[in-house]
Design a protein around this ligand. Structure first.
Ligand code: F6P
Length: 557
């Protein structure tokens, strides 16, 4: 295997650093501190613990931190070599060392002139060429210049992909639904045929375009759905040659695309230096661009580029993704938080947490460091969330009064895209009320006198529960691009401090391999044969016999 790319990052394990020990000691005093008092003592707390970039405001003052906390965390970040790691990424270093790849999703939204060399090759002309092809395709499809095999205008576009080839396009298309003025968009991801059947039930083959989005063009779920789509098209049009007019591929694997029957002019390529979970900015974003138009897609890239510039050039203490990452490290490694919630107070962002589950957990769900040593400290937390105010009526009880510390990011917008009556005021009143309630709590002495004694303990809120408020003016492609890039860089910084590779995903391989091995055994069982299942444990073997029994023989075995 290639040598790990270490660049000039620190060689020291973070938990062996004196600053780690000081943070551990400091955390003991913080658990006894009181956020409410901190605000009372310091009227400047919001001003000191908030950062802005354009219309983005990040208020982290309701976190369990003091100046000393930040000071120590910033020292940890510097020791970890964040600045050189950042330059290594933007400069095309092969920082994904287990796959010997550069990590250059930032190049996809680089709105600056000039070259960006990956070794001796300037990748910017490639990036711009594909963007131009996407622009033309979007225009021609939306205007009706590109039509189906029978000459009908395309009225529905179905993106077939999974993981990074699905979650980003889905989340962003949903988030920007307000701006959509193109064909109907559908997303099929699950290998459960229900997904394909339900999403295509009302579609007409002659008016449908399938986008097969797969970096590798080998993913079992995607290729199964793509073949089913090809069959569905044939059954509707009775013409195999229609595939070339009704399919588009977004992939790095040209040979497999061609073999499937999609011609070169219908393939939009990207490159191995684009990680799946960071690929919405690449050709993988084609469905987004078809939905909102290419100009608006470019605004999404513009917003991300603004954040890239901020992240790349701001000093660590004024750097929004760095501060968010340090808060993440603080809660995970020093205050024992196992999970983190993302709570967007905007219905359009209802898939935001699901998207970042992949971005964060596939990136930082790692157990060995860059030397292959097992971590003796925690890495990525479980990330979860739901749009507000719905979450308030589901799981907020536990955040307020449960036994765990759950740091929460509240995301909101000053202006609604749907200013109907006082809905937005109520929405944001809830946003504020929750962050204030979590911080202040309610002490025994603040419970009304009329409350019976036996109920009083149940009505106490401990408070001191940390939140970060992330506020933007309005949900636009630009603000969304900025928000996504902010979290991407946060994930990167955390990974550097944990000394892990945030850009591989070996952990998803074993299940894929085993599923492939089970498939022929399943086929044998379904045909009534009795294959040798002794390599499986008794649980798996019994379940297999039950699930794959031939029809009408479900009790067999
Ligand atoms: O299963 C994990 C994964 O490899 C993701 O990292 C990726 O986004 C997804 O599968 C889909 O991969 P592809 O785009 O190659 O189909």
């Amino acid at each position: 295997m290639t040598q790990p790319f270490i660049g000039k990052y620190s060689d020291r394990r973070p938990d062996t650093s004196p600053v780690w020990k000081r943070l551990e000691e400091h955390s003991q005093s913080i658990v006894h501190s009181d956020l409410r008092e901190m605000f009372e003592r310091d009227p400047q707390r919001f001003a000191r613990f908030s950062l802005a970039n354009g219309d983005l405001l990040v208020d982290y003052s309701k976190n369990l931190i003091t100046d000393e906390t930040l000071h120590l965390l910033l020292e940890l970040a510097r020791e970890a070599g964040i600045e050189s790691a950042r330059e290594a990424m933007f400069g095309g270093g092969r920082i994904n060392w287990t796959e010997n790849r550069a990590v250059l999703h930032v190049a996809l939204r680089r709105r600056a002139e000039g070259a960006l060399f990956l070794e001796d090759h300037d990748i910017m002309p490639d990036v711009r060429r594909v963007l131009e092809r996407m622009r033309k395709f979007c225009h021609d499809l939306r205007s009706g210049l590109i039509r189906g095999a029978s000459g009908k205008k395309i009225g529905a576009v179905v993106n077939i992909g999974i993981g990074g080839s699905d979650l980003g396009p889905v989340m962003i298309s949903e988030a920007l639904r307000h701006y959509q003025n193109g064909p109907t968009l559908r997303f099929v991801s699950n290998v459960d045929a229900t997904d394909f059947v339900e999403k295509t039930r009302d579609l007409k083959p002659e008016e449908t375009l399938f986008i097969v989005a797969s970096k590798t063009f080998t993913t079992q779920e995607t290729m199964t759905n793509a073949r089913t789509a090809r069959q569905w098209l044939f059954e509707g049009l009775k013409d195999w040659s229609a595939v070339s007019k009704h399919f588009v591929a977004l992939s790095t694997n040209s040979d497999a695309v061609r073999e499937f029957g999609i011609p070169a002019e219908r393939q939009f390529e990207f490159w191995d230096w684009v990680g799946g979970r960071f690929s919405s900015w690449s050709a993988i974003g084609l469905s987004i661009a078809i939905g909102i138009g290419f100009d608006r897609f470019e605004e999404l890239l513009d917003g991300a580029f603004e954040m890239d510039e901020h992240f790349r050039h701001q000093p660590l203490e004024e750097n929004i993704p760095v501060i968010l990452a340090l808060l993440g490290i603080w809660y995970r490694n020093f205050l024992g938080a196992a999970t983190q919630a993302i709570l967007p107070y905007d219905q359009y962002l209802h898939r935001f947490a699901a998207y970042f589950q992949q971005a964060d957990m596939e990136s930082n769900g790692k157990r060995v460091d860059r030397d292959g040593e097992i971590l003796e400290y925690d890495s990525g937390p479980v990330l979860w969330g739901e749009a507000g105010t719905n979450g308030q009526h589901a799981f907020f009880q536990l955040i307020h009064q449960g036994t765990q510390l759950i740091p929460c990011d509240f995301i909101g917008f000053v202006h609604s895209l749907n200013p109907v009556g006082d809905h937005h005021r109520k929405l944001m009143a809830n946003f504020l009320a929750q962050t204030e309630a979590l911080m202040r709590g309610r002490r025994p002495g603040e419970i009304g006198d009329d409350c019976p004694d036996e109920l009083r303990p149940h009505k106490v809120f401990p408070g001191n529960r940390p939140t970060t408020s992330i506020l933007l003016d309005r949900l636009t492609p630009r603000s969304l691009g900025k928000l996504i890039a902010m979290y991407e860089h946060k994930i990167f910084v955390e990974g550097v401090i944990w000394r892990i590779n945030s850009f591989d995903q070996w952990g998803v391989e074993l299940g894929k391999e085993l599923a492939k091995k089970i498939l022929p055994e399943a086929e044998a069982l379904a045909s009534g044969a009795n294959p040798d299942l002794s390599r499986h444990d008794s649980s798996t073997a019994a379940l297999m016999r039950r699930i794959f029994a031939p029809d009408g023989d479900e009790e067999r075995g």
